[in-house]
Design a protein around this ligand. Structure first.
Ligand SMILES: Nc1ncnc2c1ncn2[C@@H]1O[C@H](COP(=O)(O)OP(=O)(O)OP(=O)(O)O)[C@@H](O)[C@H]1O
Ligand SMILES: [Mg+2]
Length: 363
């Protein structure tokens, strides 16, 4: 299956620069997610891949073919929109068959193809219903079936689940993962919901508000090793701490207000960092261990006072005030396999974590 390459894409609407020299490689045959805050230009990128928008500068490639100026209907690309964009006056069968009829397929082959996707999406009982007689989830399936029937090289999804409730969203997400596995088509999936992206994607890209892509990687790379404060904050929850870099022997530390010292590991590619530089680090709340007792074996050990405790079902969130006034969040799993100490408001606690769990972030 062919991948997509965006090469030096820029786009402005009036004076507003929406996309600023975007370079992105979307691998063929994979589930690729593009995430970013509302208004950052995700739909605009998708519309360029679909051919609904022409970039001011740069090129779009499908495999090794430059398709920047190829018209919509000549691209092997289909889109599933958030609004589904189904034809309200046609029934399910006719909605799905529509594009085949436009392309003059024979009645026999239309019937065959429609039956196949109908089975794939479990739409048999709804074949002759009008669109208005379907639930949101069923409409959703019709929209995907309609895109799949053309057997495109690339399927584009623009927040296709936004209108569904949480349960249904989770269900359809799993179906989409299976579908991608089964078809092997290149999927490009847009969402502003980072958990959705982490769940579905083989690879993902995170866009920022300035029309640029901050980071591309597997969900695990993005979550465990965010490169910027923006990505660390946008994907999951992170404690961000600012300070000054100091070095003792081989070991680097972040000095915070001359009160707190945090051991860190400087990653490859950031070796040009110098003692005295201002820096930002991130620590995920679930990487921190909270305890009232003093423990050995951690590269970081800070003390603080519990300010609030919020029960979150699967985990409990502790907000702990450090000596310098910084608040850190800690998530502790509520697994309760064995009895453990009870931590209360105003308790004096220690926070422990390993330096491998600290990421150095670009501002
Ligand atoms: N045809 C247009 N004319 C003028 N401005 C536009 C046009 N299309 C998009 N924009 C602007 O471009 C910016 C990016 O829009 P886009 O729809 O790509 O964002 P998005 O990332 O998909 O956001 P959301 O998550 O809310 O869907 C917005 O500020 C929007 O107002
Ligand atoms: Mg959008």
């Amino acid at each position: 299956m062919k991948g997509i390459i965006l090469q030096g894409i820029s786009k402005s609407f009036g004076d507003e620069v929406i996309l600023d020299n975007i370079n992105l490689k979307i691998p063929g045959g994979k589930f690729f997610a593009l995430i970013g805050p509302s208004g950052c230009g995700k739909t605009t990128i998708l519309r360029m891949i679909a051919g609904l928008e022409i970039p001011d500068r740069g090129s779009v490639f499908l495999g090794d073919q430059d398709i920047t100026h190829v018209p919509v209907n000549k691209r092997s690309v289909n889109t599933v929109f958030q609004s589904y964009a189904l034809f309200p006056h046609l029934n399910v069968f006719d909605n799905i068959a529509y594009s085949l009829r436009v392309r003059n397929f024979s009645a026999d082959s239309i019937l065959q193809k429609v039956e196949k996707v109908i089975r794939m999406f479990h739409l048999e009982p709804h074949l002759y219903k009008q669109i208005s007689q379907l639930s949101g989830g069923q409409q959703q399936r019709v929209a995907i079936a309609r895109a799949v029937i053309n057997e495109p090289e690339v399927l584009l999804f623009d927040e296709p689940l936004a209108a569904l409730d949480l349960r249904l969203r989770e269900k359809v997400l799993l179906e989409l993962i299976e579908l991608q596995d089964h078809l092997g088509t290149t999927f490009v999936y847009i969402t502003h919901d980072q958990t959705e992206a982490l769940t579905v994607a083989d690879q993902m890209a995170v866009m920022n508000q300035n029309g640029k892509i901050d980071q591309v990687g597997t969900p695990k790379e993005i979550y465990e090793h965010p490169k910027s404060v923006f990505v660390a904050n946008f994907v999951g929850t992170t404690n961000i701490i600012q300070g000054v870099m100091v070095q003792h022997g081989e070991q680097w530390y972040l000095d915070v207000d001359k009160m707190i010292c945090i051991a860190i590991k400087v990653p490859e590619g950031m070796e040009d960092i110098k003692a005295g530089d201002d820096a930002c680090i991130g620590v995920r709340p679930e990487k921190i261990m909270i305890s009232k007792s003093s423990l050995e074996g951690f590269s970081n050990n800070l003390s603080g006072i519990v300010q609030s405790i919020v029960y979150q079902g699967r985990f409990t969130q502790y907000n702990v005030r450090l000596q310098n006034g910084y608040m850190l969040q800690v998530f502790e799993q509520n697994e309760e396999h064995f009895a453990r100490e009870v931590i209360d408001y105003d308790d004096h606690v220690y926070l422990y974590w390993q330096k491998d769990n600290v990421v150095l972030l670009k501002k």
